[in-house]
Design a protein around this ligand. Structure first.
Ligand code: MLT
Length: 414
């Protein structure tokens, strides 16, 4: 077919289930869901073979593997390997990958000094974005093989630097990573152990965290990921590109939403906990109230990640015996929204941010760290997207603009 002077080949809708799904996605592109305009080479037309997402049917797959199966059976590092290296690792490859990451956990002490210079009140997203950006001042990014080292260093050190920020905010000394524990347990130990104390992470908490990180590991071309690709398209190094991604994720409309959800629930609790009142306000456009954590730009169905987290949240709350009035308010809001015609008609289901905030709270993660957890989870996805963009030799991003200002004006001297 010919559209606006360009010819496109119509998809055949034949072949395997996966090929058909890809054809359907292409057909959606052609029929206006997305303007597929490769001529402009901007972030809206990126091709990628990392994450497949179907917002109509609520399907999410990393490199062809279903998110449900990965969240159930894989470890976060297996998924990180899959995203970055395109294949699931063998046991030997996974052991080598984990050992390499562990060998990079010692962060440069000058970065620690920079971190200590931040005010105690600094939001941890601000601190980690700055520290990751600063990494390129300390490590080479110019020679062959440096990118692979940067990948390992980031995977090893982002969680370490994230816990520095938290420890500082509570006035406690930092805890060194325990390289004999798994990725999630090491993180929990650095967060919750007192310096010098022996600490063993709770297996329920560690397992739930593993699942959460997997569910956040990639989500095709969202705001932070396309930022990483766009910044990297100018050949800015991996640290600079990931730092930009962390800043993009911080915003309350993106990764910051899970923090907003808990703050909203706290505010509802402080106001007496009347969820019916807030459901009514959410339906009233003039109320000024926005129900955080409901609806998603691409999912016209339940976000598949939300389904998995909801179940995990229920299991964690039961296993840990958590009895938290804020979480009870969340449960009432969820039930009301799922049965209310207004929300059902608009497909405003609770999304991943709604449940992730709840589960992080149940795991004892402080609210300011919620978005940081998202960043730690998303890191392998950002890395994979950056590497794919560079491997494809994509040209520098140049988003398209439609000019809406004055056509031509004469300068008047004052
Ligand atoms: C994400 O996981 O990045 C969010 O759901 C936002 C998005 O995909 O646009």
């Amino acid at each position: 077919i010919n559209l606006e002077g360009k010819s496109f080949e119509l998809p055949t809708l034949e072949g395997t289930e996966n090929e058909k799904a890809i054809d359907i996605a292409k057909l959606r592109d052609l029929t206006g869901y997305i303007t597929f305009d490769p001529g402009f080479k901007n972030t809206g037309v990126t091709k990628s073979s990392i994450t497949y997402l179907d917002g109509e049917d609520g399907i999410l797959r990393y490199r062809g593997y279903s998110i449900e199966e990965l969240a159930d059976k894989a470890s976060f590092l297996e998924v990180a390997y899959l995203l970055i290296h395109e294949e699931l690792p063998t046991q030997a490859q996974l052991d080598a990958f984990s050992a390499e990451i562990q060998s990079y956990t010692q962060v440069n002490q000058d970065l620690l000094r920079i971190s200590e210079g931040f005010p105690t009140s600094s939001h941890p997203m601000c601190t980690i974005a700055a520290l990751v950006g600063a990494m390129s001042a300390f490590y080479s990014t110019d020679e062959a093989g440096d990118d692979e080292k940067s990948v390992l260093r980031l995977l090893a050190q982002l969680p370490v630097m994230a816990t520095w920020s938290y420890k500082k905010s509570i006035g406690e000394g930092i805890v060194q990573p325990d390289t004999s524990a798994d990725y999630c347990s090491t993180f929990l130990q650095m967060m919750f152990a007192k310096p010098g104390e022996k600490y063993t992470a709770d297996a329920v908490v560690s397992k739930a965290l593993n699942k959460l990180l997997i569910l956040h590991a990639d989500h095709e071309q969202n705001c932070s990921t396309s930022t990483v690709r766009l910044v990297g398209s100018s050949h800015a190094n991996l640290y600079a590109s990931i730092s930009a991604g962390i800043n993009a994720l911080w915003g309350p409309l993106h990764g910051g939403a899970n923090q907003e959800v808990i703050e909203m629930l706290e505010a509802i609790k402080a106001d007496g906990g009347d969820t019916d009142k807030y459901i009514a306000m959410a339906k009233d456009k003039n109320s000024g109230f926005r129900l955080m954590g409901f609806g998603h730009r691409v999912y016209k169905n339940f976000d598949p990640r939300a389904k998995i987290i909801k179940k995990a949240a229920d299991d964690v709350l039961t296993a840990l015996g958590v009895n938290d009035p804020v979480l009870a308010i969340a449960a009432r809001l969820e039930a009301a929204a799922l049965s209310d015609e207004y929300f059902v008609a608009r497909k405003l289901y609770p999304n991943v941010d709604f449940y992730s905030g709840i589960i992080y709270r149940a795991l004892g993660i402080p609210t300011d760290m919620f978005t940081v957890m998202f960043a730690i989870g998303r890191l392998p996805g950002w890395i994979a997207q950056w590497k794919e963009m560079r491997a494809n030799k994509e040209p520098i991003g140049r988003p398209r603009q439609i000019y809406t200002g004055a056509t031509s004006r004469a300068f008047v001297e004052i």
